[in-house]
Design a protein around this ligand. Sequence first.
Ligand code: PLP
Length: 430
Amino acid sequence: MNPQAEELNKIIQAKNPVIYDLLSAKGKNIFFPKKGILGQTADAKGTRINATIGAAVEDNGSPMRLESIESNIKLDPSLVFPYAPSFGRPDIRAKWQSMIFEKNPSLQGKTLSLPVVTNALTHGVSMAGYLFVDEGDQVIVPDLFWGNYNLILTHAYGAQLSKFNLFKDGGFDLEAFRAKLAEGGIGKKILILNFPNNPTGYTPTQAEIKAIVGIIKESAEAGNKIVVFSDDAYFGLVYEEGIEPESIFAPLSDLHENVLALKIDGPTKEDYVWGFRVGFMTYGVKGGDAELYGALEAKTGGAVRGNISNAANVSQSLLLSAFENEAYHAQKEAKFEIMNTRYQAVKEVLKDDKYQQYFTALPYNSGYFMCVQLAEGLDGEQVRQILIEKYSIGLINLNNVLRVAFSAVAASDVKELFEGIYNACKDAAQ
Ligand SMILES: Cc1ncc(COP(=O)(O)O)c(C=O)c1O
């Protein structure tokens, strides 16, 4: 093992041996190279003639660049053309951390790592897999989950997704969750929670979140070592009272020494920048301090360095300038209102009982999506095809559950959308 990895492992073992045990073999081996090219480049910072860096500079020392690119970007070239650090730009890391605290007021007084920048959330989940998932490890997910976890975790890291029933009596199935966590005896547990959920658009109520956190705590007290990935892709888009507005990462981040909470989040969906490819990984654990978090950040930064080198500087800089723009919050609020209006339109349209002949909505209250469960005997794939061909309506079929991205549908089209589904079901039933 590289001595720099050993150094990080020693820190983690001394601070919290459970976290060391949670790391995968790759996670134990990885480190951020402080020596070598990066170290020598850092040492040379400020020299008059600096010939270390693997990028080109103009004679005046500014980044070499093409006018045809620069002319389209208002930001200073130094914020755009050079590499960003593997950990992410320090300014956006600090800003995003302060935004996590603002958006989750119950985090006040808690100590978290600095976020490490990833190439958006998909890459964050992948890096979480790299650091914590070994071949054959079970990863606990609800039975309705974002399908890409299969490619990211199963195919890339050999995980087995182990599903629990998500809904019971119109809410979160706490008993199924408790039973799943207890399955297989005491040991390492890896869990992905994603609220608001894709595909269902469900976020647990505040009472349910308390119960879920209580179940995880009981499990930790029983001796399990648990890492929870909180995929917060749709954070902030909660449309109902009584639904938990904060991330479940907040109560998990200092729950128990045996629980490592890892928040995987970013602006992709929150700030409507799907193509920017910026995300963050932030750690929280009871008793976590700067040294422990520093070691986890170094491992994460090392994994990023060995995988994509670093995330786009231009995207990070554009986002930071938006976060610091005084109109940012009002603009975000205006977009929230549009999403909320679409959500309310769905709720309103679905008040019509006639739809229940062919489909019923699964619980939904947040995010970009909602799902309808087709009635017995209907074939989701057939309905989907009829919807495209006869009604010019596109949606996703997931085993006879149809996922509707109301985020992409004008409120004025929502009635037509559900009438289309109704009529396509009727066609299919004949
Ligand atoms: C639950 C969930 N997590 C993560 C992602 C990926 O986000 P990103 O585009 O930032 O990689 C998505 C995108 O569909 C998602 O639905």
